[in-house]
Design a binder for this molecule. Structure first.
Ligand SMILES: [Zn+2]
Length: 304
C-alpha cells in the first residue's frame, strides 16, 4: 500500500510545519504498511498561500535513498518531539572572530588571481581560518543566522583538498560541542553555502555547484552570478532550495553520475517551487575530451 496523508482525527493529527513553523497546520504522510509517519518533514502545510510547503514521500526517498528499507519494511516508532525541535544556530561572534585570509585555501587563490578581488570574495562569503590554516566555509542562511561551518584543509600550491586522518569533515558545531560551548543536542539544519548573499543581490542569477571551493573560485571569475554550494552530491534538496523561490537558477553538476542525479532532483523540486531553473551541460560538453568517470568538478576546469 502506498503512503498516504494522515486522516484528520482532532488536533493531535495536525503538527508543526517544518517550513513556516505554524503549529497544528501540518499533515504528515504515513507509511501504507506500518501506518507510521515517514519523517517529521514529510507532509503538507495547509497554509497553501503563505507557506506552500509540500514534501511528498517520493521526494523524501529520492533525497534519502538509504532510508527506503527502514521506513517501508520495518516498524519505526514515531517520536513527536522531533517535529517541535527548532533549528539551532551558532553565535555570529564565531564568524567575526574567525574571519581571516590566513588559510592555505586563500594562499592557493592568491597565486592565481588579483589579491584585491580575492579579499572581496573572501569578505562576501565571510571565510574564516583556523590556527592551522584550514579554511572555514560558514553556512550563513538567508536571514543571516549561522548554521555551522565546514573546516577544510587545502594544498596551498595546487588547491587540492587535504583530508585529515579520519577522512571525516570537521564541523564547527562539533568542535563547539566538544568544548561544551553549545548544547550536546544542537539541532543542525544545513543551508546552502553562500545563501546569505541572496538577500544582498536580489536580481542576480544564482549558480549552484557542489563544492564550496568551486563556488568561491567561480565567484572570483564570474561575479555576475551568486555562486552557492550544496556541499555534497546529495545536498541539492527541496528543503534547501526553498530560499530560491522566484529566482533564476543555473545548476552546474559535477561530471559523471552527478549530471543525471541533479537533473532528476531539479525536475522533482520544480514541482513544488516556482523557480526558473536550468541544469547546465557546460561541464559534460567541456569534458568530452576527458574521461567522464573521474567526477571532476567545475573548479578543475576553471583553472585550465
Ligand atoms: Zn507551513
Amino acid at each position: 500500500m502506498k503512503p498516504y496523508l494522515q486522516k484528520y482525527k482532532g488536533p493531535s493529527t495536525k503538527h508543526t510545519c517544518p517550513n513556516c513553523g505554524a503549529k497544528k497546520r501540518f499533515t504528515l504522510y504515513v507509511d501504507g504498511e506500518t501506518h507510521q509517519p515517514i519523517h517529521p518533514t514529510v507532509g503538507i502545510c495547509d497554509r497553501v498561500n503563505k507557506c506552500g510547503y509540500h514534501y511528498p514521500p517520493r521526494m523524501y526517498f529520492a533525497d534519502n535513498p538509504g532510508n527506503i528499507k527502514e521506513s517501508y519494511q520495518s516498524y519505526k516508532p514515531y517520536n513527536p518531539p522531533d517535529i517541535e525541535t527548532p533549528v539551532d544556530y551558532i553565535s555570529f561572534n564565531y564568524v567575526i572572530k574567525s574571519k581571516s585570509t590566513e588559510s592555505n585555501f586563500i594562499d592557493f587563490l592568491k597565486k592565481r588571481f588579483p589579491v584585491e578581488r580575492i579579499r572581496q570574495v573572501s569578505d562576501e562569503y565571510m571565510l574564516g581560518a583556523t590556527k592551522s590554516r584550514d579554511v572555514i566555509f560558514w553556512q550563513i542562511d538567508f536571514t543571516g543566522k549561522v548554521r555551522t561551518g565546514k573546516i577544510m584543509q587545502y594544498d596551498p600550491l595546487i588547491g587540492k583538498r587535504i583530508h585529515n586522518k579520519s577522512g571525516a569533515i570537521n564541523w564547527v558545531h562539533n568542535k563547539l560541542k566538544q568544548q561544551g560551548k553549545i548544547s550536546q543536542n544542537f539541532n543542525l539544519a544545513q543551508c546552502l553555502f553562500g545563501e546569505h548573499l541572496l538577500k544582498c543581490y536580489p536580481q542576480k542569477v544564482v549558480a549552484i555547484v557542489e563544492s564550496e571551493k568551486t563556488a568561491v573560485l567561480a565567484s572570483v571569475l564570474y561575479p555576475e552570478y551568486i555562486w552557492l554550494s550544496t556541499g555534497t552530491l546529495n545536498g541539492l534538496t527541496l528543503d534547501k532550495c526553498f530560499v530560491l523561490e522566484k529566482r533564476t537558477v543555473i545548476i552546474f553538476p559535477d561530471l559523471g553520475k552527478a549530471h543525471t542525479i541533479w537533473k532528476q532532483k531539479a525536475d522533482e523540486i520544480s514541482k513544488f517551487l516556482h523557480w526558473n531553473v536550468k541544469v547546465s551541460d557546460l561541464l559534460p560538453k567541456i569534458a568530452t575530451q576527458y574521461a567522464d568517470n573521474e567526477g571532476l568538478d567545475l573548479a578543475d576546469f576553471l583553472l585550465i
